[in-house]
Design a protein around this ligand. Structure first.
Ligand code: IPD
Length: 264
């Protein structure tokens, strides 16, 4: 079943908005933590599972031959060559604490299931509490409502950067050391708590750049296409001693500076 990137994008928008509304409704009714994952701080709520189930069901009905890779329910391969990569609630800790910075992230990719190698065709990041849906289709630009998004190209007062610290306490010292090295480039630092929104905000020019180790494919699948289509650069680099790949995201000049500063 073939489809253009724009058709895939439109399907993702429709499903992401419905999924975001479900997440919002469930949050109003009260959150229950279903389990911890990699560490005690790395949680999954009942809503994460329910929202992923909704997305998976809708995608399977619309495109039964496609593969699926989701944060909570794993994956299957499909036969069309297209895989949907889904984070039902990115920013789960924000969600659990009642903070508005969480988003549904849905991407359609083709080729490999490795974010360093796949080709993203469509990506949508929908933030129900912000009332915003960021979207991109390959070759069609990145958009927020009717506005075409564009990354920043200079930051005369220093770059407004975002980063994240993982859930594993053993990795915090190294990440803080990296942050110390990056600070001379920065105007200030943000820790938004949802990687998909960090990427969407770089695409929208609300942040100049973003870097983080240890992200998973579903955290960045949609956001990377937003940044690429907004004229930025995204890199996914070799794992560190803890097996955590490094993502760097920024406009072209700042990307080079961050790369030099972090990886030498
Ligand atoms: C997390 C968020 C967070 C990032 C973590 C991710 P989740 O995703 O994107 O900002 O620092 O590495 O795991 O668990 O909320 O879907």
């Amino acid at each position: 079943m073939t489809a253009t990137p724009l058709e895939l994008q439109d399907l993702a928008i429709e499903i992401a908005r419905e999924a975001g509304e479900l997440a919002r409704r469930r949050r109003r009714e009260g959150v229950s933590i279903a389990a911890s994952k990699s560490t005690i701080a790395d949680i999954v709520t009942e809503a994460d599972r329910e929202v992923e189930e909704l997305i998976r069901t809708r995608l399977a009905a619309a495109r039964p031959d496609d593969g699926f890779l989701g944060e909570e329910s794993g994956g299957d391969n499909g036969t069309s060559g297209i895989t949907w990569v889904v984070d039902p609630i990115d920013g789960t800790v924000n969600y659990a604490f009642g903070m508005p910075s969480y988003a549904v992230s849905i991407a359609a990719v083709e080729g490999s299931r490795d974010p360093g190698e796949w080709r993203a065709l469509a990506g949508v990041v929908s933030a129900p509490m912000l009332g915003e849906t960021f979207r991109a289709a390959l070759g069609e630009g990145a958009w927020l409502d009717d506005e075409r998004m564009q990354v920043t190209t200079d930051a005369p007062a220093g770059a407004l950067l975002a980063t994240g610290l993982g859930y594993d306490k053993n990795t915090h010292a190294g990440d803080i050391e990296t942050l110390t090295r990056v600070m001379p480039l920065a105007r200030d630092i943000r820790r938004i708590g949802a990687a998909s929104l960090d990427l969407a905000f770089v695409a929208a020019g609300r942040l100049d750049g973003y870097f983080e180790r240890g992200l998973k494919p579903w955290d960045i699948a949609a956001g990377r296409l937003l940044v690429d289509e907004a004229g930025g650069r995204t890199g996914w680099f070799e794992p560190d001693a803890f097996g955590r790949s490094l993502a760097i995201v920024a406009g072209p000049a700042l990307f080079e500076e961050l790369h030099r500063t972090i990886l030498g």
